[in-house]
Design a protein. Structure first.
Ligand SMILES: C[S@@+](CC[C@H](N)C(=O)[O-])C[C@H]1O[C@@H](n2cnc3c(N)ncnc32)[C@H](O)[C@@H]1O
Length: 310
């Protein structure tokens, strides 16, 4: 239990959106199971199935230890892009899906995968180490223009060009295998902590294809949800929020009021990680959404940098 360091965000607000929709629940980003644990304990009488997805298998093991005692919980160590397939195989359609985007406090503090610049760790940044490549590999081979584009697009980093050129120049001498090697270079260029944080966030979004995957996940969730079901998103980053907002423009999907929902000052005081959170909930008003309607979200990410799909 000492492993659990993540406090679930907007939990009361999610519960009130979930009531009446709790038959077939999907936690698309289960993490250590913070939200799912609350669902399972508070709504146990009404939940028939609770699917817990997370592509970070290590993180999901912690959730498993907490939630194993609930017979209605099923763990899926896969990306949320697989929601549609997994529910189809179970012959079910969801009544509620929750996406709590980004990364967990456990991943920052305990995963040793380079999500934090406060510790010296391997420069990996993958949620799922079974696929893709660690950041250190990309930094060895990317062109300066590619690095600059990533830093500008995902982090709005001020010295993007200078950082990109410096990484490429410095890699003759430095392997960039650890967070410290990257942080030393960024400090040498005079970046304040707030900008270093943005550099780390931008690289993390790139390595995990986060926004492209989000778009695929949204489609998968919409298709796996039954008519009248709900899909909820907690976003922490302006670009992911812009993508999520577009869901209301998809034919058959409508906003659920209040929209959006922000954490209270009390919650922010107790949990700083909640400070940039926004909750947006949508209801599916049709049986099936036509494939052509997804261009509205596809076009949001089509020009964004990403490693090739895997
Ligand atoms: C903010 S945390 C979720 C915390 C959780 N709601 C809780 O309260 O404990 C986000 C989680 O999403 C996971 N994640 C990121 N991309 C994913 C994807 N494509 N599919 C499934 N999980 C993903 C991360 O590994 C992380 O555990």
């Amino acid at each position: 239990m000492n492993d659990i360091v993540h406090i679930p965000v907007l939990a009361d607000e999610i519960i009130s959106m979930l009531k009446g929709y709790e038959k077939i629940v999907v936690d698309a980003t289960c993490g250590n199971g913070g939200h799912s644990y609350i669902f399972a304990t508070q709504l146990a009488d009404n939940i028939q199935r609770l699917f817990c997805f997370d592509k970070d298998t290590e993180t999901l093991k912690i959730a498993q230890n907490r939630l194993n005692k609930f017979s209605f919980v099923e763990f899926v160590p896969e990306s949320y892009t697989a929601i549609k397939r997994v529910l189809e195989n179970a012959n079910l359609r969801a009544t509620f899906v929750l996406f709590d985007l980004g990364l967990s406090m456990w991943q920052i503090k305990k995963s040793n995968r380079g999500f934090t610049f406060h510790e010296n760790e391997p420069l990996d940044m993958r949620y799922d180490i079974r696929e893709g490549e660690p950041l250190s590999h990309f930094l060895k081979k990317m062109l300066p223009e590619e690095i600059e584009n990533i830093l500008k697009t995902y982090g709005e980093v001020k010295k993007a060009s200078k950082i990109a050129v410096s990484i490429v120049r410095e890699r003759k001498r430095t392997e960039f295998k650890t967070t410290l090697e990257l942080v030393n270079l960024l400090r040498h260029l005079g970046l304040p902590t707030s900008e270093i944080q943005k550099v780390f966030m931008a690289f993390r979004i790139y390595v995990n294809r986060e926004l492209h995957t989000l778009v695929e996940g949204i489609k998968s969730a919409i298709e796996a949800t039954q008519k009248g079901g709900r899909i909820a998103f907690i976003t922490y980053h302006s670009i992911e929020d812009r993508i999520v907002k577009k869901i209301s423009k998809i034919e058959g999907m409508k906003k659920v009021e209040p929209y959006p929902i922000f954490p209270t000052q009390k919650e922010i005081k107790q949990n700083r990680a909640a400070r940039s959170a926004k909750l947006r909930v949508f209801e599916k008003g049709v049986d099936d959404v036509k494939e052509t309607n997804y261009t509205i979200i596809d076009s949001m990410v089509s020009s964004f940098p990403a490693p090739s799909a895997r």
